[in-house]
Structure formats: structure tokens, C-alpha cells
Design a protein. Structure first.
Length: 905
DNA sequence: AGTACGAATTGTATT
DNA sequence: AATTCGTACT
């Protein structure tokens, strides 16, 4: 099937693939083959005689880049050995390559460091300290968010000054300036700088731009809807000479607005490139008709969008399922059990684990799933999230490497100077920093002078001497030898193992920690084998630019594992079976988006909807959406509402609006409570000694930010229309000496795992949190039953054939036969095996399952939907009378919303 | 001076 | 949960 081009392309696709010059836009919905167009087009260019290395394709993730490389080489058959393929990379790695070539031009060291989120936070903290802004006023993460916003619009600190008025913003601007200075002094760039500096390079240094734009004759960009202003400029700069620019994207899948992406770039492509050819694709080849139906229903709720047709090229398929669970553990356990069944079947319905993905919104969600999957013995790969490279050990060691490569790198230097503890305490470090500031020299430069500084103790000075000797020795070796050759010895010399043993008392924890160090060595070796010209800097760079689950090792593991990832990372991918979990108000329309929308009137929720749309359209055959009615948060059980998006997909618009309304009310109540609490105990911050004490502290709170207040203003507008006038802000003295870094003070382990509190186990049979529920709820329930009278009655009661296949393996012996297709056809009210099985095992299981039918007879399906709008439910979970018993995937009853209206036609 | 421990606080998404 | 701060110990 590789032979002729045109195999596997419809006519619109073929048009795009064979338009080989000039600007070209493919604007089309999910799964219509946009990425395929890019791949085929690259192949076609090469067949037509274009040299592969004259083609640059830009993707959004490293994973996507690898995939594209692979697919093109498949299309082209074996490529001649030694011949370079097309260049496929992400914007960020492209920029790094450009910048390494021109770093000096911009005044950076050639081996500039790249700061990831963690490094940025350290720096932001220093910056805030330097401008004397307490972190109650502005947290490092808030600062970074603002700074990133400015940077991705190309706004400098100086320019920003004229643009802001709120005084927290002014503080932020000052901190921004300081932050930039610190970055510069460290010879480091953050992620935004990679783009910003590239753009600047092209703008201010025509010769550099010329050199770079001359490297390629064709430029192709995937996911163009998610480019930000800088990326847009970079694209323009690179394409304006040859004009062979092909961009592909879908405005409905624009999900990176939070980091400055603007859909306008794709929507206005035609005006930027008036001679552009525009191709639209309308046939979705990925999903079943059912899935497309839901996706279309959903996305239609977004007002501002480029309307497009999206129709399924495939058959109807099975009806997606909507499941409700008592809490996140039940959700995870039940899904794990179901997956276990699917991947362990012996008949031909068996599904490989790699065909299954669990998708979620936030990074805290996978925890329950990881546990459940592990208990069930299901192999999985968690993509993204807390990266391997984010672990403390790894960061420590990488910091050594970075300092070896770039001695200016202050964040890394401060991290390692006393790690392992070698007797260089905070006061010594402070003195050194002070001296560095006085001399305007980098910290590293003043270290040799340590003995001459009075406030540096003798032992500390000696320790510094040894530290420097160590660095010198290995810096020299790093010039001659491969990293893998000297790294083991380096570990020994640093005595990092002893550090781990000192820090962690628990032997098993010591072992895991040390294991991660060994894994680091592995990944060094892997890198050196793969890379054409391995280098210290190259390795460090890769670790910062690639997140976990993004290297080829993970690709391999994924071949036999279930994939867990966020919706954001799932963009562009597809899986035969998808579980979209945690579909709840507050999570999928994320709380913050709701707040932002009602306070700033933005369209933050639309972006959440797009996220849901992306999620739904990842599924090829089977889609399961689930939510938990309650969720543990900060040790308290919190009731959750089902996501409005679930209802929108189902065509129950009125229901979804009610939910939206409830969600807002709930949020308002929460905010109100938080404020009340904040005002009752303002004494908390009794640190009176702060010289710059802002006297505005009294009466009504400070000036600041917090969306919280904004909401309050909107919603309870009553009296409070005090416009936060810009009072005299505490002018921070210019450049006070940088604050001392915190000595590595890590605490020990030994915290016994707080046994996950048992869910409301025996409590509340049918989870009628009745007392608190505002009257509204009950009435809302009934109408939920969809406009499908015929089956309607049957459905509510009918718990979906519970994870049919799920149980077999572990629970009943001969339960194999189930497999009742998930279609709505299932026999009514047969709370299957569940009850009978559950009781003995887990107490927490029984109630929902068994209780449901009796307690809430007819409308059984409905209540769960709105059961718990009350905000203040937080009942402390019952005592840990829960036998810690992880083994059997607990089997939990699920319920339906009601009937689903099938795709028309 | 340096380190260890406990308490308190707060948590979108990603290159 | 992870970090940071305050406090007490070596
Ligand atoms: N003409 C075609 N015939 C058969 N299958 C196709 C055709 N075009 C695309 N496909 C298949 O449809 C699926 C989706 O394709 P692709 O990933 O390129 O879509 P996309 O538009 O990039 O999707 P998304 O917007 O979700 O990233 C892939 O499995 C692809 O192989």
C-alpha cells in the first residue's frame, strides 16, 4: 500500500498534497487527515526532487515530531543510509538550534542554560525578594504567568510599565525587570526567551535571519491554531523568502490560549498570504459516527468559531457511555477493572493495552488511576506530569552538569553549592552573593575569593575551595570524554549516594532514590547512542525540552501499555478506546476558567470546551465518559457536579445551563466563605517587623488581584465599588543585595502513608446529601431523562451493563460470558452481579451499588447528576476503619444519565 | 553557623 | 504534596 501516492487520500487531501509551492492553508476539523496531509506532502516533495534537508516541518511536541519522521520515512521506503531526512522539530527545539548558532550575537554565552519551570520559580522568587515583594502579595507562579504573558507578546519590562495600572501589576513589572536581569546574568533563557530571542534575532540581525531562512525551501506547520505571536513572526521570517508555507490546523482545537496562542493566526492566514490556496476537509476518518455526533453537539456551543462541517466517514459504532461514580477511587477502580477485563480476554475481542487511553484535565487526576492500574497489574505509561527530570535527585545532578557547561548559571550553582551538604551555609552564601553584586560579577567568579571575605567562615571557605576543584576537574574531563565515561566517577566523588542515605532514612526509599540516579545514567547512555554528536550541553538541553513520556523509550513501553495523559498532551493523537475521566464542573470546565469568565467576561470556558472536544475526538471506536460525584480534596470529601459539557454533548442544553448556573452559585458561595474566613483571621500574618509595612492593610483588604474579588465585585456588587486606587506603592530600593538562597533543608521521610480515608463508606446510601441540597435539585432531575420516551424508562434504572468484562479475571470464576454490548439495548434494571459480589469485599462498594435501586427508585439515573450542589459539604470522612486492602479492583456500580439521542439521519 | 524538624500554606494545561 | 517559614538542637 505504499506505492502510488494518492493511496489513502480523498480528493481534497490530494489537492493539498499536490500543491507543492506557494502558501497553503488546510483548515479542518478533528481527524480529517490534516497531519496525514503534511506527511504525504513531505513525501511528495521529496519524490519530486526536493532535498529532504531543505524541508522543515514544525510540530507541537517531540512525540509528534518523531511520529512524523517515522511516517514519512515509511512512505518513502527505506531511505538511503547516511541521507538526512527532512527536519522535523518543535518550535522550541528549532529555536534552540538557531540560538546556539547566534548566541554571541545576542550577548549570550554559546552554552546558555535553558530554564524550566522549576528554575524559573527559583529565579522569580529571588526577583520578588530583590524588589521586596512578599509572596503573600504576589506568588512566584503568578509573577511567571504575567511575565510569560508579556514576553509572548514581545513586551519588555520597560514597555510593560506604561501598560499597567493595578498596583500588583506594577510590582509585577518591577519584578519582571529584575527577573530578566537575573536571567541575563545567569546566561540563561526561559522557554519564552527561546522564541523571543529568535524573533528578535531575525528582526535585528538581518544577516542572521538570512542565514537561517536560507537553510530551507519549504516550511510546514502542524497545529497552527496554537501559535503565539512570536511563533507567528518566526514563521513569517522563515517563509517570506520562498513563500512555500503550508499550515494546517483547526480553530476548534485551539487549547493553548493560556500561553498566548491566538487562533487569529490561522483564521487570518488568507489575508496574510492573499495568494494562499485554502483547502477544507470535512470527512473524519478517525471516529465512529456516534463520537462525531457528540463532538459536533458539543462544539456547536462555542459562539465565536469558524463553522465547519465534520461528518463521519466511518459507521455508527457503539454508543458512548456516560458513567457516574461515587468518588474518584471508585471511578479509577472500576475503569481499571474494566480495562483489565478487556486486555486479558482470551477471545478475539481482546484489546491490546496500547489501544487504550485514559485522558484527564489536571495532573492530580491520574493518581487514583495509577494506583488502581497498578493494583490490577495493568501496565501503563503516564505521559507528562511530574517528569522524571523533575525529581530532586535528578535536578541536583543536572544542575551540576549545567554549571559545568555554563558557569554563569546561578540558579543551578546555588542549587548545588551546598548539595550534598558540605558546610556552606546560608550566611556564607549570602556574603558571597553580596560580593558578587558589588563587583558586578557572576557568583562563580567570586567563589575563589571566599577566604578573603570576613563573613565566610574558615570551614566554609575550605569547602568552597574543594567544590571549585571538583568542578574544575570534571569540566576538564567533560571536554575530552563522553559524559557517560566520567559520570559514574563524578557521582562517586560528589558522594551523592551518601547524601541520599543521609536524607532518607527509610532504606526502601533510599533505594528508589538511588534507582532514579541510575536511570539518569541510562538515559545518558541512550542519548549518546542516539545522538549524532553527543555533548554535555546537548544532553542537558534534551532533558529540559522533553517532558516525561516523550522519549522513544517511552514510545516503546507504550506499545504494551495503557496510556495516561492530559487532554493537552493528547492533541493530535488517537486511540481505539478512550476513557475521558473526571468530567466534572470545576475540573473540566476548570474552576479557574469559570471564575475568569464571569469576572472578566472572557471566553475562558470556550477553551475548556475545545479541550473537551479534543478529548472526545481522540477516540476511534469506543468512548467512555465518566465523572465522580464526590472527590477528596485536602482530606475532605467534596461533592461534584457533572460537567455541563456532558449534557451539551447529549443535546440536553437546558440541563447544561442549569448545571452551569449551579456551578456558579457554588463557586460564589465558596468564594464568599473564603473571604469571610480571610477576614476573621487577619492576624495570621503578624510579621510586624517588615519595615515596608503597607498601612493599607486594615479595613477592607488589600488592593490585589485574586480573581476571587473580581467575582465578588461582579456578583455581589453591593457596596464594594471601591476602585482599587493606586496607593503609594512601597517603592523598593534599587537592587538590594539578592536574598540568600535557602539551604537545602529537605525534610525527612518517615511520614507514614496516611491511609486514604475510607470514602463515605456506609454513609449515605444513595448519596442523598439531602440536608444541604438547595431545593432546586430534585426538580431538575426528572427532565434529565432525554426526549426518548420509548426506552427512557428502562434506561435510568439500568445500570449500564457494568464493566462487563471487567470482573471476570479476578472476581467470579466463570463470569466470562458477559460482554453485553454497551449499547443502550441492555436489559432494564438488572443491577448485575455487582451487588452480589461487592458486599463481602469492600464496604465502600456496597452502598452505591446496592443502595441505588431501592433508595431512589425511578429516577435513579437522574439524582446523581445534580445530587450535590452544596458547597460546604465537607464532612470529614469516617474513621479509618477501612481495612487497607488493595488487591481486588473494586467493582463499583455505575449509573446512566438517561437515553442518548443517536446521530440523526 | 549549620542542620533538623514541624507547621502552615496552596494546587490548570505545556514547550 | 511540596515548599517555605519558624524554631530548636548540634
Ligand atoms: N483519506 C483517508 N483515508 C483513510 N484514512 C484516513 C484518510 N485520511 C486520514 N485518515 C486517518 O484518519 C485519522 C486521522 O488523521 P490525522 O491524524 O491526520 O487527522 P488530523 O486532522 O490531523 O486530526 P487532529 O486534528 O485530531 O490532529 C488517521 O488515523 C488517518 O490515518
Amino acid at each position: 500500500m505504499r506505492g502510488t501516492l494518492g493511496d489513502g487520500l480523498n480528493s481534497a487531501q490530494r489537492t493539498a498534497v499536490t500543491t507543492l509551492s506557494g502558501p497553503l492553508l488546510v483548515l479542518a476539523g478533528a481527524g480529517t487527515g490534516k497531519t496525514r496531509v503534511i506527511t504525504f506532502r513531505i513525501a511528495e516533495l521529496i519524490r519530486g526532487g526536493t532535498k529532504p534537508n531543505r524541508i522543515l516541518a514544525v510540530t507541537f511536541t517531540n512525540k509528534a515530531a518523531r511520529e512524523m519522521k517515522e511516517r514519512t520515512s515509511q512512505l518513502l521506503g527505506r531511505k538511503k543510509k547516511g541521507e538526512a531526512g527532512p527536519e522535523v522539530s518543535t518550535f522550541h527545539s528549532l529555536c534552540v538550534r538557531v540560538l546556539r548558532r547566534h548566541a554571541r550575537t545576542l550577548g549570550y554565552p554559546e552554552h546558555f542554560s535553558i530554564y524550566d519551570r522549576g528554575d524559573q520559580e527559583s529565579l522569580a522568587r529571588s526577583a520578588l525578594r530583590d524588589v521586596r515583594v512578599g509572596h503573600e502579595k504576589l506568588r512566584p507562579s503568578d509573577l511567571l504567568h504575567k511575565v510569560s504573558g508579556w514576553k509572548s507578546q514581545g513586551i519588555t519590562a520597560k514597555e510593560a510599565e506604561g501598560l499597567v495600572s493595578k498596583d500588583t501589576d506594577l510590582l509585577a513589572v518591577m519584578a519582571y525587570g529584575r527577573y530578566e536581569a537575573l536571567l541575563r546574568a545567569s546566561g540563561a533563557m526561559d522557554f519564552d526567551d527561546l522564541l523571543l530571542n529568535t524573533e528578535r534575532l531575525f528582526r535585528e540581525h538581518p544577516e542572521a535571519r538570512f542565514a537561517e531562512e536560507s537553510r530551507f525551501d519549504h516550511l510546514l506547520i502542524d497545529e497552527y491554531q496554537d501559535t503565539n505571536g512570536l511563533q507567528y513572526q518566526i514563521v513569517k521570517a522563515l517563509a517570506s523568502r520562498h513563500r512555500n508555507l503550508c499550515v494546517v490546523g483547526d480553530d476548534d482545537q485551539s487549547i493553548y490560549g493560556f500561553r498566548g496562542a491566538e487562533v487569529e493566526h490561522i483564521l487570518h492566514f488568507k489575508s496574510d498570504w492573499p495568494d494562499a490556496k485554502v483547502v477544507r476537509l470535512e470527512d473524519n476518518y478517525r471516529c465512529t459516527e456516534w463520537i462525531i455526533h457528540l463532538a459536533n453537539n458539543l462544539i456547536a456551543h462555542n459562539k465565536a468559531r469558524h463553522d465547519k462541517v465534520l461528518r463521519a466517514a466511518r459507521g455508527r459504532g457503539v454508543a458512548p457511555r456516560f458513567l457516574a461514580f461515587e468518588d474518584e477511587e471508585s471511578e479509577a477502580d472500576a475503569i481499571a477493572a474494566e480495562i483489565h477485563g478487556k486486555i486479558n480476554r482470551q477471545d478475539d475481542e481482546r484489546i491490546p493495552a496500547s489501544h487504550i487511553a485514559i485522558l484527564f484535565r489536571t495532573n492530580e487526576q491520574p493518581r487514583a488511576f495509577e494506583q488502581a492500574l497498578r493494583r490490577a497489574g495493568i501496565p501503563y505509561v503516564l505521559v507528562g506530569g511530574q517528569s522524571f527530570f523533575d525529581r530532586k535527585e535528578i535536578k541536583d545532578l543536572l544542575s551540576y552538569l549545567r554549571v559545568l557547561a555554563n558557569p554563569l548559571d546561578e540558579v543551578s550553582l546555588l542549587r548545588i553549592i551546598n548539595t550534598p551538604a558540605r558546610g556552606i551555609g546560608t550566611s556564607s552564601i549570602e556574603a558571597l552573593l553580596k560580593k558578587a553584586v558589588e563587583e558586578g560579577a557572576p557568583l562563580m567568579k567570586v567563589l575563589p575569593d571566599a577566604p578573603k571575605i570576613a563573613s565566610v567562615s574558615q570551614p566554609a571557605a575550605n569547602a568552597i575551595g574543594e567544590f571549585l576543584a571538583l568542578l574544575d576537574e570534571f569540566r576538564a574531563r567533560s571536554r575530552r570524554e563522553l559524559l557517560s565515561q566520567w559520570f559514574p566517577e563524578f557521582l562517586a566523588r560528589v558522594n551523592y549516594k551518601a547524601e541520599i542515605e543521609r536524607q532518607y532514612k527509610d532504606p526502601s526509599e533510599q533505594e528508589t532514590r538511588w534507582n532514579t540516579v541510575e536511570q539518569l545514567l541510562n538515559s545518558i547512555v541512550t542519548y549518546e547512542n542516539r545522538s549524532e554528536s553527543p555533548s554535555l550541553i546537548g544532553f542537558v538541553e534534551e532533558t529540559t525540552l522533553m517532558s516525561q513520556g516523550d522519549d522513544d523509550d517511552d514510545d516503546k513501553r507504550r506499545e504494551h501499555s495503557v496510556t495516561l495523559m492530559t487532554l493537552h498532551s493528547a492533541k493530535g493523537l488517537e486511540f481505539p478506546e478512550v476513557y475521558l475521566v473526571g468530567m466534572e464542573e470545576g475540573i473540566l470546565p476548570h474552576k479557574r476558567s469559570v471564575i475568569e469568565q464571569i469576572s472578566h467576561g472572557s471566553s475562558a470556558i470556550d477553551e475548556e470546551r475545545r479541550l473537551a472536544y479534543v478529548g472526545v475526538t481522540r477516540a476511534q471506536n469506543v468512548l467512555t465518559l465518566s465523572y465522580a460525584k464526590g472527590r477528596m480534596k485536602w482530606g475532605k470529601l467534596r461533592n461534584q457536579l457533572p460537567s455541563r459539557f456532558l449534557l451539551e454533548m447529549r443535546g440536553q442544553t437546558d440541563k447544561s445551563q442549569e448545571i452551569a448556573q449551579l456551578a456558579v452559585e457554588q463557586l460564589s458561595r465558596e468564594i464568599e466563605r473564603a473571604e469571610a474566613k480571610a477576614e476573621t483571621e487577619p492576624k495570621g500574618k503578624g510579621k510586624g517587623k517588615k519595615s515596608a509595612s503597607p498601612r493599607k492593610k486594615s479595613g477592607d483588604e488589600g488592593p490585589s488581584d485574586a480573581p476571587v474579588q473580581a467575582v465578588r465585585r461582579k456578583k455581589f456588587d453591593s457596596n464594594g465599588q471601591k476602585v482599587p486606587s493606586v496607593t503609594a506603592r512601597p517603592a523598593p530600593p534599587p537592587v538590594p543585595p539578592p536574598a540568600p538562597p535557602k539551604a537545602a533543608s529537605s525534610e525527612s521521610a518517615a511520614v507514614s502513608p496516611p491511609s486514604p480515608v475510607a470514602p463515605p463508606s456506609a454513609v449515605s446510601p444513595a448519596i442523598p446529601s439531602a440536608p444541604l441540597a438547595p431545593g432546586a435539585t430534585p426538580e431538575i432531575a426528572p427532565p434529565v431523562a432525554p426526549p426518548a420516551p420509548p426506552i427512557a424508562s428502562a434506561v435510568p434504572a439500568a445500570p449500564v451493563t457494568p464493566p462487563a468484562a471487567a470482573a471476570p479475571p479476578i472476581m467470579p470464576p466463570a463470569a466470562a460470558p458477559p460482554a453485553t454490548p454497551p449499547a443502550a439495548a441492555a436489559p432494564p434494571a438488572t443491577p448485575p452481579a455487582a451487588p452480589s459480589v461487592a458486599p463481602p469485599t469492600a464496604p465502600s462498594v456496597a452502598p452505591p451499588a446496592a443502595a441505588a435501586p431501592p433508595a431512589t427508585p425511578p429516577a435513579a439515573a437522574a439524582p446523581p447528576i445534580i445530587s450535590a450542589p452544596a458547597p460546604a459539604v465537607e464532612r470529614p470522612a469516617p474513621a479509618p476503619s477501612h481495612p487497607r486492602r488493595p488487591d481486588p479492583p473494586r467493582f463499583v456500580q455505575v449509573s446512566l444519565f438517561g437515553d442518548l439521542e443517536p446521530p440523526r439521519k
